[in-house]
Write a protein that binds this ligand. Structure first.
Ligand code: AP5
Length: 216
């Protein structure tokens, strides 16, 4: 299965992708996570991407397309993939079509997570992750069970993303409106898009996604 999770920053794409990895054996392909790994490794790609990401703008299409191609063929060989944060422009969507044609695969579902902009800013401002295992939390919506201790690995160090601030968020939302939202009619013309209410609690969003994947 090839599933695209589409939605503005903070819509819950990563949260739902991780759950689907666990429940369905799909592989999460997050271009944001891949870029952050390149930045952390100090690679040439990471150095090129860092400033752009910190400013909340989109990394050039050719960089993203080159980065994801090999990973997609590996993931495609298994049960399939959840594309989280890719494609983000029509040019990326066209490149994805070409990649999938080569692999003899096709997109099964495009799920759009709909969330109000005010809620997105709230979500982004409160987000933090465990520095050791990457488990995701939120100050208000998903705190750790024991303060300062990761539920998953008992780690005690947490990180917040540099682009998770209200100023950068404005640029990220603008990039979504201008460059990513035009993908919706691109896939809509192929009747692939299903909308899910991303304002609902995490478990309810998960149930809505399951209903789409199971054809209910
Ligand atoms: P990326 O890492 O993809 O960031 P994003 O799209 O801005 O999305 P986020 O990771 O911020 O949010 P999310 O939707 O995954 O939400 P989450 O589940 O964490 O991209 C970062 C940057 O990399 C881009 O700005 C760009 O520069 C570059 N980039 C990446 N891909 C690119 C591409 N293809 N082309 C060009 N550039 C690219 O949830 C957010 C918070 O809300 C969490 O705290 C969570 O616990 C909470 N939450 C989740 N669901 C709910 C719910 N239902 N109710 C209440 N709280 C919830």
């Amino acid at each position: 299965m090839i599933l695209i999770l589409l939605g503005p920053p903070g819509a819950g794409k990563g949260t739902q992708a991780k759950r689907l990895e666990e429940t369905r054996g799909l592989v999460q392909l997050s271009t944001g996570d891949m870029l952050r790994a390149e930045v952390a490794a100090g690679s040439a790609l990471g150095r090129q991407a860092k400033q752009i990401m910190d400013a909340g703008k989109l990394v050039p299409d050719e960089v993203i397309i080159g980065m994801i191609e090999g990973r997609l063929s590996q993931a495609g060989a298994a049960h399939g993939a959840i594309l989280d944060g890719f494609p983000r422009t029509v040019a990326q969507a066209e490149a994805l079509d070409a990649m999938l044609t080569k692999l003899g695969r096709r997109i099964d579902h495009v799920i759009e997570l709909k969330v109000d902009e005010a809620a997105l800013i709230d979500r982004i401002s409160g987000r933090f992750t465990c520095a050791k295992c990457g488990a995701g939390y939120h100050d208000r919506f998903k705190p750790t069970a024991k303060p300062g201790v990761c539920d998953n690995c008992a780690g005690s160090e947490f990180v917040r993303r540099k682009d998770d601030n209200p100023e950068t968020m404005k640029t990220r939302l603008e990039a979504y409106r201008q460059q990513t939202a035009p993908i919706l009619p691109y896939y809509g013309a192929r009747k692939l898009v299903r909308q899910v209410d991303g304002m609902a609690p995490v478990e309810t969003v998960a149930a809505q996604i399951d209903a789409v994947l199971d054809g209910r």
